[in-house]
Design a protein. Structure first.
Length: 176
């Protein structure tokens, strides 16, 4: 909640809300760079890692150092180098037949919505998801193996995974 309060204060004088929603090619390239290192680490340690992407005080795209979480949750530290947060990012630890970790969770979407930002999620199977909280949808930016993946990942373990879900569809899919 504190983080949200700070975000609002940071946003108001600098940008109209339009700046928050843009998902640029530059940001996608940065995300792929972050996850190229972070997803293998997350899989090896079997814990999520999470952080933020946004603009520094010179207006350049940057990201915060990832915070380690545990096997099914992660709470990112407040970024010290970001003036305007645009998105969160997090990984989903190692493959487990006990979790539907190939998809964002309902609470992933709720968390981003609460903070007024969008989000990026990397899965053990190497999928990359984008969470858009303007219309509360999530979509696969790229599929299995587009990011480094867990060698023990079993495709199909979570059933059929669509290219995109609304929040309501996702919650039904995950049986939450
Ligand atoms: Zn998640």
């Amino acid at each position: 909640m504190l983080r949200f309060a700070k975000l609002v204060v940071a946003l108001t004088p600098l940008f109209a809300p339009v700046a928050v929603t843009a998902q640029s090619a530059e940001e996608l390239a940065l995300v792929r760079e972050i996850f190229a290192d972070l997803n293998p680490r997350s899989i090896a340690e079997n814990r999520e890692h999470c952080g933020y992407i946004g603009l520094d005080d010179e207006g350049s795209l940057t990201f915060s150092e990832p915070t380690p979480g545990d096997s099914d949750s992660c709470l990112a530290d407040d970024p010290v180098n970001i003036q305007v947060i645009t998105t969160s990012y997090h990984t989903h630890a190692a493959f487990s037949p006990d979790y539907s970790s190939e998809l964002p969770s309902g609470s992933d979407m709720e968390g981003d919505e609460d903070e007024g930002i969008d989000g990026w999620v990397a899965t053990p199977g190497g999928r990359l998801w984008y969470i858009d909280t303007d219309d509360m949808t999530t979509r696969q930016v790229c599929g299995i193996g587009c990011l480094p993946s867990d060698p023990s990942f079993i495709a199909g373990d979570s059933g059929i995974i669509e290219q995109s879900y609304s929040y309501d569809e996702l919650v039904i899919k995950l049986g939450e």
